[in-house]
Design a protein around this ligand. Structure first.
Ligand SMILES: [Zn+2]
Length: 202
């Protein structure tokens, strides 16, 4: 895979709340179609694709830090780290739909009973209150468990099984899930920090 498929770009909505990260290729498509602007993380200045090429690209033979640039035939273009969508102002923080994968991410890939690291393919979803007792598949009633703990707990509540949950399961905020599985970059911090504060005060 090339860098254009590997590098990730923090993507903000129109009012600069973080939504997600996109692979560079997708981010560049949005910017070149004028559906998003590039944000300079140092100056907070916004750029169209043309403005970015005019100000943040150098000829192919200029010496640059390779990791920070992508190459075209004639140019080396600085890799954008943050973009803001031109139109979308929504903030889908209110409801993160329940999903098995989301439970895995929320619980940091650890069994919520024994704290063992669980590989994605080995994960089991434990219903804290068992389905047979009317327990629902919701954020508040499901945790990541290793096969061993899930087997041991069987059709019982944690109390009956004399097992203790590491944490009370809750619906995660989107800001919390934003960076799961993605390596954060220093340039993103000011934008993500804002969101976490916004979420915390809701
Ligand atoms: Zn376990």
């Amino acid at each position: 895979m090339t860098r254009i498929e590997l590098e990730r770009v923090l993507t903000l909505n129109r009012v600069w709340q973080p939504l997600t990260t996109l692979v560079l290729r997708r981010a560049l498509v949005l910017v070149s179609r004028d559906r998003a602007r590039i944000v300079c993380p140092q100056t907070y200045q916004m750029f169209t694709w043309e403005q970015w090429l005019a100000q943040r690209a150098v000829p192919a033979d200029t010496h640059v830090i390779e990791a920070d640039y992508i190459r075209t035939a004639a140019l080396q273009v600085r890799i954008p780290q943050v973009i803001t969508l031109a139109r979308f102002a929504g903030y889908p923080n209110a409801g993160v739909p329940f999903s098995r994968r989301g439970v895995y991410e929320r619980d940091n890939g650890r069994c919520q009973y024994c704290n063992a690291v669980v590989h994605k393919r080995d994960m089991t979803l434990d219903h804290v209150v068992p389905v047979s007792r009317g327990g629902a598949s919701t954020w508040g009633n499901c945790v990541l468990a290793c096969a061993r703990c899930n087997h041991r707990k069987a059709d019982r509540t944690p109390r009956e099984a004399e097992m203790t949950l590491l944490a009370v399961p809750q619906q995660p905020t989107r800001a919390k899930l934003l960076l799961r599985g993605v390596t954060s970059q220093p340039a993103w911090t000011p934008f993500i920090g804002k969101a976490v504060v916004a979420v915390a005060t809701e």
